[in-house]
Design a protein around this ligand. Structure first.
Ligand code: ING
Length: 321
């Protein structure tokens, strides 16, 4: 165990730029203008890095099912930046503020991903992450009040979780449902992550089990606070909140410390900026002690979590390897 050994502070002033609803009729230009306004507000607070929500350029279109998927091609970006998103990159360059932006990606080969890009303070793209855990369903379920057909509109990424050197530390990314799976944090924890950026669009009503609705906010904080603490990393969760096209979406964007404490949390469910000074050296208090992964983990005992997808037992309940 290495002990805390905290060095000189490495403070990144991070902003969570929560968005309110984006409706179908909202033109991309208007949305980009909102994103620029949020970036300016964050820059005025001295932020170095601004985190935007998942699918921050469009309405959450997986809430509808269309038989011909090409009808929704206009919700996807073929290139980022593009003429319509260029103003955000210019705004970032002008204010010397980096950002993380979620959007729907359509590649030249025709692949569709739920994607996030990390952009540095001079507007250059550092990294791209494509969503790994795709929730919801893949075919139309007409009995639902609204669809959550992400498995129809997006392919799961096979590229894994990455961590990049940026903003003076080790930065990782995940998207929405990824935050509910402990593997997401640990995959980045095993790459020395110090700050995880996560956008989300989360309906308050979980139609498969309405008993979970009243716990939407609790579960949102629970998973991100746990992931932060168990890997000694900051976590920034940023919502597209409010009632979007008739669907109530959870807000409660928050910035969480390696201790698991919430440093800042939004109070509204519209466009709102919260900011926190994240001293990345704080990670050492956990990564070099209680969660010194190299000292305490026992991968030789974790025989199932690598290769087994779901539970497997014999009829008598005895374990099946
Ligand atoms: N959304 C959800 C999430 O994991 C979901 C999936 C929907 C969870 C409704 C709970 C209730 O937050 C996305 N986009 O992954």
């Amino acid at each position: 165990m290495r002990g805390t050994l905290r060095g000189e502070p490495r403070v990144v002033r991070v902003a969570a730029a929560q968005m309110g609803p984006i409706n179908r009729e909202h033109a991309r230009e208007n949305v980009v203008a909102r994103l620029c306004a949020l970036l300016h507000r964050a820059a005025d607070c001295g932020a170095h890095l601004v985190v935007f929500p998942e699918l921050a350029l469009t309405t959450f279109f997986p809430r509808w099912f269309v038989d011909d998927i090409s009808e929704v091609d206009h919700y996807y970006e073929r290139d980022v930046p593009s003429p319509v998103t260029a103003p955000l990159f210019s705004c970032a360059r002008e204010r010397r503020v980096g950002f993380c932006l979620g959007y729907a990606e359509l590649t030249s080969e025709g692949h569709r991903y739920n994607t996030q890009v990390l952009v540095d303070r001079d507007g250059a793209i550092i990294a791209k992450y494509r969503k790994i855990h795709i929730p919801g369903h893949a075919s139309n379920e007409p009995s639902r009040k609204f669809q959550h057909a992400e498995r129809y509109y997006f392919e799961p990424s096979g590229e894994g979780f990455g961590v990049w050197n940026a903003f003076g530390g080790r930065i990782g990314m995940m998207i929405c449902n990824d935050r509910r799976w402990p593997e997401s944090y640990r995959e980045m924890g095993l790459q020395g992550v110090e700050l995880i950026l996560c956008g989300y669009n989360t309906p308050v009503n979980y139609l498969p089990d309405p008993s979970q609705d009243r716990l939407a906010g609790f579960h949102n904080s629970l998973v991100m606070q746990s992931g932060a603490y168990q890997n000694g990393t900051f976590v920034v969760g940023v919502a597209k909140g409010g009632c979007e096209e008739g669907v109530d979406s959870l807000a409660e964007s928050q910035i969480i410390a390696p201790s698991g404490e919430i440093l800042a949390k939004t109070v509204g469910n519209g466009d709102e900026v919260i900011v926190a000074d994240c001293d990345l050296e704080w990670c050492k208090n956990y990564q070099n002690t209680l969660f010194d992964l190299d000292y305490y983990r026992r991968p030789e005992a974790y025989v199932r979590s690598q290769h087994q997808r779901g539970p497997r037992t014999r009829a008598d309940g005895s374990p099946l390897l």
